[in-house]
Design a binder for this molecule. Structure first.
Ligand SMILES: *[C@@H]1O[C@H](CO)[C@@H](O)[C@H](O)[C@H]1NC(C)=O
Ligand SMILES: *[C@@H]1O[C@H](CO)[C@@H](O)[C@H](O)[C@H]1NC(C)=O
Ligand SMILES: *[C@@H]1O[C@H](CO)[C@@H](O)[C@H](O)[C@H]1NC(C)=O
Length: 468
C-alpha cells in the first residue's frame, strides 16, 4: 500500500470541494444560511436564510422560464438588508432575473439591524452580479419606480415606502407592483403598511394557508380586499441538492457532526432546526422527546439510543426561553441525550447527520418552512405540526407524520417519535418518499417556473392598464 489510490485523491478533491461549498460564507459562491421559512411569524429576527447565486450558464443553458424578463427594468424594494429569510429570498430573485439579462435596481428601506460588515458584503455581492443599489429615499429610486416595468415589494412592512417616497405618484406605480408576502403575524395587519394592497397588480404568498389567512384578515380586520393573489411554494437551491445527493459528502458530514456531538453512528437523532423561540416549539418538542424515552422504557422495546438536537440556540441572548429549555433538560436528567447547537450559517451538515427532522412550529405554523423541503432532500422523514405551510409540504403518513400544535400535540409527537424509532423500514421509506416529493415539486426550477408565470401575468396586467 505504498501510494494512495486514484480513488482516494478523487475523494480528497471532492472533500475539499464540499468544504468550499458548504463552509464558504464569504466567497461569492454560496451562502448556506438559515431557512426562509423562519421569516414567518418572527419579524425576521433570525440571522439566517440561504441564498443560491445561480450562474448564467447553469440557468441559461436550457430554456429558462424567466427569459421573457430579458432587458426588463425591475425595482426590488426590501424592508431590510440582512441575512434573514425575506431579504435573501429577494436577492435570490434578483440573481435569477439578472441571469436572464433583466436590469435590476435594489433599494433597502430600513436602517440595517445587521452589522455594517454584513450589509457591506451583501451590497457588494449584488453589485458584483450587476444589481444596482440606490438609497430608498432618493431621486433615482423615484425615477426608477416610475420607469420600471415591474416593482416588487418584499414583505408587508415595505408598504411604508410607497407614500413616503412616491407621494402623489403612488397611483401611477401601484398597477405594476407585485407584493411578495412571507409573514402572518397580527401586527402586520396595519393600514399604515397595507392600505395600498387592494390596488397593486398582485400579491405573491408562500403557501395556501398564509394566503387564506391574509384574505380573511384583511377583510375582517381592515375591511379591505386582497388583490389577485398567487401562491408560490419555494424550492431548494442547486447547491443544497448537490450535497443532499452526494453520498460520500453526506457520510463525511455525518461522521464529522456526530463526532462533535459525541453520539455514535447507530444512535437515532431527532432534530429541530429553527431559531430557538417559543413560536418554534422547542420546549414542547423536548417534552415529547422525554415522553418518548419513557414510553420506550415502559414498553421495554430495544432501540438504539435516542437523541434530541436543537439547532438554532443563542445562549448569548440569555433569553428566558433558552434558560427554560436548559432547566428542563437538567431537571429530567437527560443532558446526555439533548444537544444544543448554536445558530449556524450552515444547516447541510446537520441534515446529513440526523435521522428525523422535527418541525414543531406552533400556532399558525410556518408560512412555508424551507427547512422542511431541505430535510426531505436529505431523505429525512418529517414529524411536523399540522399547521401552516408544513401541511402543504408533508404528506401525513407518507413523507412524515403530523401532530397537532399546542399541548395536545405533545403525546402524539412522543408516539410518533417512538414509531419512527422502532420501525426502521418505515422511517427510511418515508425519507425516500419525501425526497421524491421534493424532486417533483420543490426544486429551484419549479420555483422559477412558478415565479415566471406570476411575473408574466403581472406584466400583462400592468401593460394592459397603461394603455388606457
Ligand atoms: C377568519 O378570521 C376570523 C377571526 O378574525 C375567524 O373567526 C374565522 O374563523 C376566520 N375564517 C376563516 C375561513 O379562516
Ligand atoms: C455557542 O455560543 C456561545 C455563546 O455565544 C459560546 O459561548 C459557545 O462557545 C458557542 N458554542 C460553540 C460550540 O460554538
Ligand atoms: C396523520 O395520520 C395519522 C394516521 O396515519 C392519523 O392518526 C393522524 O390523526 C393524522 N394527523 C393529522 C394531524 O391529521
Amino acid at each position: 500500500m505504498g501510494k494512495p489510490s486514484v480513488g482516494w485523491s478523487t475523494f480528497q478533491k471532492r472533500w475539499l470541494l464540499m468544504l468550499i461549498v458548504i463552509f464558504s460564507v464569504s466567497t461569492a459562491i454560496v451562502f448556506v444560511i438559515r431557512a426562509a421559512s423562519d421569516s414567518c411569524d418572527r419579524h425576521y429576527e433570525d440571522s439566517g436564510g440561504r441564498i443560491h447565486v445561480p450562474s448564467a450558464s447553469q440557468i441559461g443553458s436550457i430554456a429558462n422560464p424567466l427569459n421573457f424578463m430579458k432587458s426588463r427594468l425591475v425595482l426590488l424594494v426590501s424592508h431590510e438588508l440582512s441575512l434573514s429569510g425575506g431579504p435573501l429570498l429577494l436577492m435570490e430573485l434578483a440573481f435569477l432575473l439578472r441571469s436572464v439579462g433583466a436590469q435590476i435596481v435594489w433599494i433597502t428601506i430600513q436602517r440595517p439591524i445587521e452589522t455594517e460588515e454584513v450589509v457591506y458584503s451583501l451590497e457588494h455581492k449584488m453589485l458584483d452580479r450587476g444589481v444596482q443599489v440606490f438609497p430608498a429615499r432618493s431621486q433615482e429610486a423615484l425615477d426608477t419606480a416610475l420607469k420600471a416595468d415591474l416593482v416588487v415589494l418584499n414583505t408587508a412592512v415595505s408598504g411604508k415606502w410607497l407614500d413616503a417616497v412616491l407621494k402623489e405618484d403612488v397611483t401611477r406605480v401601484l398597477p405594476k407592483v407585485l407584493w411578495w408576502i412571507h409573514e402572518m403575524r397580527g401586527h402586520y395587519f396595519k393600514m399604515e403598511y397595507v392600505k395600498h394592497l387592494p390596488f397593486v397588480a398582485g400579491a405573491m404568498i408562500d403557501s395556501h394557508t398564509t394566503a387564506e389567512y391574509w384574505k380573511n384578515r384583511t377583510r375582517e380586520r381592515l375591511g379591505i380586499k386582497m388583490p389577485e393573489t398567487y401562491v408560490v411554494h419555494l424550492g431548494n437551491s442547486k447547491e443544497l441538492m448537490e450535497v443532499a445527493e452526494d453520498n460520500v459528502a453526506k457520510r463525511i458530514l455525518r461522521e464529522h457532526v456526530r463526532e462533535s456531538l459525541r453520539v455514535r453512528n447507530e444512535d437515532l437523532l431527532f432534530a429541530a432546526i429553527n431559531s430557538v423561540s417559543r413560536g418554534k416549539g422547542q420546549d414542547l418538542f423536548l417534552r415529547s422527546f422525554y415522553e418518548s424515552m419513557q414510553l420506550i422504557q415502559e414498553k421495554k422495546v430495544q432501540v438504539p439510543s435516542l437523541h434530541a438536537v436543537i439547532v438554532g440556540s443563542d445562549m448569548n441572548a440569555q433569553t428566558k426561553f433558552e434558560r427554560e429549555l436548559r432547566n428542563f433538560v437538567i431537571e429530567k436528567k437527560i443532558q446526555d441525550r439533548v444537544h444544543f447547537v448554536n445558530k449556524t450559517l450552515t444547516v447541510a451538515p446537520y441534515l446529513a447527520a440526523i435521522d428525523v427532522l422535527v418541525q414543531n412550529s406552533q400556532a399558525r405554523g410556518e408560512c412555508f418552512g424551507r427547512i422542511t423541503i431541505e430535510a426531505m432532500a436529505f431523505q429525512l422523514p418529517v414529524l411536523g405540526t399540522a399547521a401552516g405551510g408544513t401541511t402543504e409540504i408533508v404528506v401525513n403518513g407518507s413523507t412524515g407524520l403530523l401532530h397537532l400544535a399546542g399541548k395536545e400535540g405533545v403525546t402524539p409527537l412522543a408516539m410518533n417519535i417512538v414509531k419512527l424509532a422502532t420501525h426502521v423500514e418505515r422511517r427510511l421509506t418515508m425519507g425516500k418518499k419525501g425526497y421524491g416529493r421534493v424532486k417533483e415539486m420543490f426544486m429551484e426550477q419549479h420555483m422559477a417556473h412558478r415565479i415566471a408565470s406570476v411575473l408574466k401575468k403581472v406584466l400583462q396586467k400592468a401593460e394592459g392598464r397603461s394603455h388606457f
